[in-house]
Design a protein around this ligand. Structure first.
Ligand code: PLP
Length: 447
């Protein structure tokens, strides 16, 4: 599979230094990066499938797919994307879905085609994969970017697309500004490229001030209005950067429980108070964007007046078990979309212990937070444990025996943790493979 490998090579190179723009230009022109590693599959195919292009499977019945694999029901996926876009539109908020779960630049483009203002990701390498590999024009890195190399890469990316980054520190903000000024001076702006006027350097990079609204991760504590105002005023003043507003993400409030929904309300109130304090100091309407909320609480979050006006939730379109329950708790169930398909590889203990084994272990769907995949194709069959490459299955009394090679369809527990070790989603419709979505290794994997 050559295409995603090229993306990987480029994104890794991008993070390593400020050569991003030149490298991406070469990618766009279809020229190979300098000295890429040979694709692993070509060097040593592990199975006949690993050595061939997954597109050879297009048009074939779903049962031709190699196991274990991730399958996306395209009707369900499209309905879920349309529903999320419509809910945000109806609430009068912008939609900027996070791409950490989908990991696919082509899927990110579906978000944008459905009306997303842009997309969200966590790292510069991910933003680079989305822009350079997916042609996405507007990206929020909803995380702090620290260190000269990464800031240089971010700023270089901002010459190709509209890029915004989260900031919670004065020195970091000054470094971003200095890098943006230097980059703008060395060849003009990308992004929205607004000129600073009065001979000021153009705005190259947008920033949002990141608030901790209870998650205990990054961000200025939301109640520390003095620091928040100081950072906002600095972002407003500094050259090279454009201040968009505030960010507050509440990852601890995504489960759909009553407590999580109450915590969502508290987060919205904290954002609202911070926004009021900033606008009292810096001017009515100065906070243009308040970005945050995930798939697990966005409906509740946008219902809370004065909270977010831009929603970062995205992975909910896959409707894994985690998202499904939190969306149902908010009264907005999504359609079935993502499944993990495995095949039965051992029935040796079926007669004696009602146990069978399938070929999807925790490397196919990591049980983050302790959740196991749920079998939906065979009532009475339950996954009781995951080894690295094996799912241990238990058959309830009276359940028809499984046959060797029989295919099982499961809903992963948490799609982020499931997608991360797969190379692609197979999009199916009407029982046939219609699309292959390559995932970028840069979105999810490490160096
Ligand atoms: C900053 C940020 N925004 C939004 C999200 C929500 O994304 P999703 O809806 O895909 O869970 C996350 C999830 O980790 C996040 O870290």
């Amino acid at each position: 599979m050559l295409l995603p490998t090229h993306v990987v090579v480029h994104a890794a190179g991008i993070v390593a230094g400020a050569l991003i723009a030149a490298r991406c230009r070469r990618t766009a022109a279809g020229v190979a990066a300098a000295a890429p590693s040979p694709p692993l599959a070509a060097a040593a195919p592990a199975t006949p499938f690993d050595g061939c292009d997954a597109r050879a499977l297009l048009g074939l019945p779903t049962t031709s797919l190699p196991t274990p694999c991730l399958v996306l029901d395209l009707d369900g996926l499209e309905a879920n994307i349309a529903a999320m876009a419509a809910r945000c539109r109806a609430a009068g908020v912008a939609w900027r879905p996070h791409c950490k779960a989908i990991r696919s630049p082509a899927l990110a483009r579906l978000f944008v085609e459905a009306g997303a203002v842009g997309v969200t990701c966590a790292k510069v390498s991910q933003a680079a994969a989305l822009v350079c590999g997916g042609g996405v024009a507007d990206v929020l890195v909803a995380n702090e970017v620290v260190g000269g190399d990464k800031i240089a890469a971010l700023v270089a990316l901002a010459r190709r697309a509209t890029v915004c980054v989260a900031v919670d520190d004065e020195q970091n903000l000054c470094e971003l500004s200095a890098a943006a000024v230097a980059a703008a001076g060395s060849g003009g702006s990308g992004g929205d490229g607004g000129s600073g006027g009065d001979g000021a350097p153009p705005v190259l990079l947008d920033v949002v001030i990141d608030l901790d609204i209870g998650m205990g991760r990054c961000g200025v504590p939301a109640g520390d209005h003095a620091t928040i105002i100081r950072l906002c005023a600095l972002a407003q003043r500094l050259p090279g950067v454009g201040w968009r507003g505030l960010m507050g993400y509440d990852g601890h409030a995504q489960t759909g429980t009553a407590e999580a929904l109450a915590e969502t309300d508290r987060g919205a109130a904290a954002l609202c108070a911070a926004r009021c304090a900033v606008e009292a100091a810096l001017g009515e309407g100065s906070v243009r964007v308040v970005t945050g909320a995930g798939s697990g609480n966005y409906i509740r979050a946008v219902a809370a007046r004065g909270g977010v006006n831009e929603v970062q939730g995205g992975g909910g379109v896959l409707n894994c078990q985690v998202y499904r329950s939190s969306l149902e708790a908010q009264g907005a169930p999504n359609a079935a979309a993502l499944t993990l398909v495995a095949q039965v590889v051992s029935v040796a203990s079926q007669a004696s212990a009602a146990r069978a084994v399938a070929d999807a272990g925790f490397k196919s769907g990591f049980p983050l937070f302790g959740g196991l995949p749920k079998v939906i194709s065979h009532p009475g069959v339950t996954v009781t444990a995951l080894n690295a490459e094996h799912a241990i299955l238990q058959l309830a009394p009276g359940t028809p025996h499984l046959a060797l090679g029989e295919r099982l369809v499961m809903v992963p527990f948490y799609s982020d943790a499931t997608a991360v070790l797969h190379r692609r989603f197979f999009g199916v419709r009407g029982g046939r493979v219609e699309r292959v979505f390559d995932m970028s290794a840069s979105i999810g994997m490490l160096h």
